[in-house]
Ligand binder design. Structure first.
Ligand code: ADP
Ligand code: MG
Length: 267
């Protein structure tokens, strides 16, 4: 049985205006993401991973223009959708987790206030009492001990890993179908990195999430992703089952990335 992809990007091209210069950031990206899988999108810095992800829900900077392409999500033609419809999709059906949890959280508000604000924003029907419960529930989902007490804590009282868990709680509080995690572990040390990756895998199972995991580090993808797409200079140069990509990389750039992973006991 062949499934329809949950997200399909076809021939996406976009560029940036920089003065009178045009920088082609995405040069014909095709990508399919199927329901219930983690897709690892890997490539070096500047290869176009983030702008591809942002284009999905129309979050691109004003200097960017989409030249061509289609993005279908669950039957919806996103690039042709008005901003009002995209706003409904953002945060409730597709949500993001970004690299730096320190700058994504506001230092002057408690964790609870920020979580509840997100909940109320996306689930307008939810009153404050209900929003509180949903927020606490989300903190439980991401494995936070004593979630009720945590609601009144400020971001600076938490470690980097904890803050990233809060960001993930925020992203899943509205039960999105698709979670886009853009370098979610890059700012964290290795042990915490592994814990966050494990959490993403668990959430995928428990909440039937589909995940796009963006990273410059192929070893991260290999730990959790079923599918791997390798991006280089605005194009997808390799795509397939993670295991196959590892065992039989077809593109020289992928081989280079694999060679860069330190192997335990290897040369
Ligand atoms: P990645 O996430 O893979 O590191 P990005 O998607 O952020 O890469 O950027 C891809 C390319 O798009 C960059 O090489 C850069 O040339 C261009 N770019 C990204 N953001 C901007 C911006 N705000 N203004 C101008 N160019 C940008
Ligand atoms: Mg990026």
């Amino acid at each position: 049985m062949r499934k329809e992809p949950l997200l399909e990007i076809a021939d996406l091209r976009l560029d940036f205006r920089q003065g009178d210069r045009i920088v082609e950031a995405v040069r014909g990206v095709d990508l399919k993401v199927f329901e219930g899988e983690i897709l690892g999108l890997v490539g070096e810095s500047g290869s176009g991973k983030s702008v591809t992800a942002l284009s999905i829900t129309g979050l691109l900077p004003k200097t960017a223009s989409v030249r061509s392409g289609k993005i279908f999500f669950d039957g919806m033609d996103l690039l042709a959708s008005p901003e009002e419809d995209l706003r409904k999709v953002r945060g409730s059906r597709i949500s993001y987790v970004f690299q730096d949890p320190a700058s994504s959280l506001n230092p002057v508000f408690t964790i609870g206030e920020q979580l509840m604000e997100t909940v109320v924003l996306h689930q307008k029907a939810a009153g404050r009492a209900r929003a509180f419960d949903i927020a606490v529930e989300s903190l439980k989902d991401v494995g936070m001990p004593s979630p009720k007490e945590l609601m009144s804590a400020y971001p600076h009282q938490l470690s980097g890993g904890m803050r990233q868990r809060v960001m993930i709680a925020m992203a899943i509080s509205c039960r999105p179908k698709l979670l886009i995690a853009d370098e979610p572990t890059t700012a964290l040390d290795v042990t915490v990195q592994a814990q966050i990756l494990e959490l993403l895998s668990e959430l995928k199972e428990e909440l039937s999430l589909t995940v796009i995991l963006i990273t410059h580090d192929l070893s991260i993808v290999s730990q959790v992703a079923e599918k791997t797409a390798v991006m280089q200079q605005g194009r997808i140069v390799e795509y397939g089952d993670t295991e196959m990509v590892y065992r039989k990389p077809s593109h020289p750039y992928t081989k280079k990335l694999i060679d860069c992973i330190p192997k335990i006991g290897g040369r």
